[in-house]
Write a protein that binds this ligand. Structure first.
Ligand code: FAD
Length: 304
């Protein structure tokens, strides 16, 4: 083929626009707050399915998560999802949090067991009067407010505490039986892990969407430490791509965007049409990757 030959029609054909959602964490300082809101303003025109706000380990961000969610509801047309864990609170306290969310108009909760209050790697000890497992929490929310949609976690590399994949997927099944409508995966970098996991999940008769969680690595070293503690493996080929870039933020950004864009485009080619982005409260890479997925900003009226 000469250099001037146009690409075959199949290669040139755009993928249908994907559906996306974004995850934020509640800001700790005024500066972080300003940064989050700049990020939200930049990403909102992409009209995500929903945006979620995490709940700090041990419930440490309870009020900040609530305040962020309430502001998203009052100042934007976005549909927020509040993360909530079972850690460090009685059932009564958790139920109150859920009621408060319901009162302000939240209709989507990401329900999790949460990490042990004593740290990842130590045994999980439930609050004596608390929800003891994630399926219990899902059931509690759904019984209290059937109009709240519940999403849950899923682990393509299995959760580090699960003795094997069967036990891990049993828990996912229990969450689905309790009323979960969607699972969002832990971050992964090897798409084969996701597809193998999906095969196991479907073989178990679980048919809810299992949305891949994608994390563009703005700061590779920091992100690697963070994700490996949560049980995600970081392949050597990925580490090599960031080799020598510790002090080169600009190139690191380009590499991170290229890697994550490659990952989502490969998933899309295999039929995946929904993605959840761990934004780390930063817009630039996620905006670019969404663009490559065929997503364009909408006017406020189009997005409504
Ligand atoms: P579950 O789904 O209940 O369990 C995960 C796996 O661990 C299952 O395989 C289960 O079988 C196994 N397991 C659970 N308990 C035991 C046990 N006692 N013994 C043996 N195996 C066990 N954390 C936060 O603090 N705040 C957040 O906002 C937050 N958001 C998250 C969002 C997503 C999409 C994901 C993937 C994770 C998030 N996490 C968050 C992390 C999560 O809280 C931890 O991974 C936690 O350790 C497990 O909670 P879970 O609901 O995922 O666990």
């Amino acid at each position: 083929m000469s250099e001037l030959t146009p690409p075959a029609p199949e290669a040139a054909r755009a993928l249908p626009a994907a559906k996306i959602s974004f995850e934020f964490f509640p800001p700790k300082t005024e500066e972080m707050d300003k940064n989050l809101w700049e990020t939200i303003k930049r990403l909102a025109p992409l009209a995500p399915n929903f945006v979620s706000v995490t709940y700090g380990a041990g419930g440490s961000t309870r009020e900040r998560t609530h305040a962020t969610i309430a502001r998203i509801l009052s100042e934007t047309a976005l549909r927020p999802a509040a993360h909530l864990t079972c850690v460090g609170a009685s059932r009564g306290e958790i139920d109150e949090i859920v009621d408060r969310y319901h009162d302000v108009g939240v209709r989507h909760i990401v329900a999790l067991r949460g990490d042990p209050a004593t740290g990842i790697g130590t045994p999980f000890v439930a609050h004596p009067d608390g929800y003891k497992t994630s399926p219990e929490l899902v059931e509690g929310i759904r019984k209290r407010h059937p109009d709240i949609e519940v999403s849950v976690s899923a682990y393509p590399e299995k959760h580090p505490e699960a003795c094997d994949f069967d036990a891990d997927i049993d828990t996912l099944k229990a969450k689905v039986d309790a009323g979960a409508a969607r699972a969002i995966t832990q971050v992964f970098f090897d798409n084969d892990l996701y597809f193998r996991y999906l095969d196991r999940v479907r073989a178990r008769g679980i048919d809810i969407p299992v949305v891949p969680g994608i994390m563009p690595m703005h700061n590779f070293k920091q992100a690697r430490n963070f994700v490996t503690r949560a049980g995600t493996s970081v392949p050597d080929w990925l580490a090599q791509k960031f080799d020598g870039l510790d002090d080169d933020v600009e190139t690191r950004k380009l590499v991170a965007a290229t890697v994550a864009a490659g990952q989502v485009q490969k998933l899309a080619k295999h039929g995946v049409d929904t993605f959840h982005f761990y934004t780390m409260n930063r817009a630039d890479l996620v905006f670019a990757i969404s663009h490559l997925l065929g997503i364009r900003p909408k006017t406020a009226r189009e997005a409504a």
